[in-house]
Ligand binder design. Structure first.
Ligand code: ADP
Length: 229
């Protein structure tokens, strides 16, 4: 909680978190503008994504304001499969631009409590990185596996990889690997870590240079009374 508050108190990071949904809206409009003929269905599907993205920005702002007041609701029932589907739907347009295939698999939807806006943001940041630090024609896969007491979410990519000695550092605020010449300010993973901790989970990272990375999130299947607000 502390880190989310610290991060969100910095206006730079709030601006960054809003930059991505704005980029999604811009990309949607660009894609429409580049088409020679635009059908009613094209307009409708573009409007749908824009409407959802604006909704997400508004939810995010609400959550950040609530989080800053230390009143964030961690007692919602999370529909993990729906959150994964939303992330894929919202990032699909960016993935398509790099010809990256996004897919997910799930053995069973876990029963879990937490904050769906924050959990969406956590998975969004990880999948966005998996696309950003990948090559054209790459693959990104989300695998969710639930056991009776806990569940895991893996985000796998076959991108550029992370040097072993840097794996611990990438979760530090503003840390970026030297080779990072992509957009970003180094806060996405710091936010991921604080959201995972807030949900009583932990993260493991496995990576091989030029082969790819996997971020494995492990969470308990929480009971309502186990969350201390
Ligand atoms: P940003 O993407 O804004 O730089 P992040 O906190 O999300 O910040 O990530 C920190 C750094 O970790 C990135 O700059 C990048 O070097 C590295 N990184 C994160 N995810 C991946 C990934 N899936 N593959 C390779 N490198 C990654």
């Amino acid at each position: 909680m502390f880190l989310v508050v610290v991060i969100m108190n910095k206006s730079k990071s709030v601006a960054h978190e809003l930059k991505t949904p704005l980029a999604v809206i811009k990309t949607q409009i660009d894609v429409l503008n580049q088409q020679d003929t635009i059908t009613l269905e094209d307009y409708q599907s573009t409007l749908k994504v824009i409407e959802r993205t604006v909704g997400k920005m508004s939810d995010l702002l609400d959550t950040l304001l609530e989080t800053n007041q230390d009143k964030s609701n961690l007692n919602e029932i999370l529909n993990i499969e729906e959150i994964i589907q939303d992330v894929i739907e919202d990032l699909d347009v960016i993935a398509k631009r790099k010809n990256i295939k996004l897919s997910y698999s799930i053995n069973q939807n876990p029963i879990s409590y937490g904050n769906s806006v924050l959990m969406y943001r956590c998975l969004y940041n990880l999948v966005e990185n998996a696309i950003k630090y990948n090559q054209t024609g790459g693959k990104v896969e989300i695998q969710c596996e639930a056991c009776p007491l806990n569940y895991s979410i893996r985000i796998l990519d076959n991108g550029i990889g992370i040097p072993n000695e840097k794996i611990d550092k990438i979760f530090e605020p503003y840390y970026r690997c030297e080779k990072s010449n992509k957009d970003g300010i180094g806060l996405g993973l710091a936010m991921v870590k604080s959201i995972v901790t807030l949900h009583k989970g932990h993260i493991i990272v496995e990576s091989e240079m030029n082969q790819g990375s996997q971020f494995i999130l492990n969470f308990p299947q929480l009971k309502k009374e186990s969350i201390v607000l």
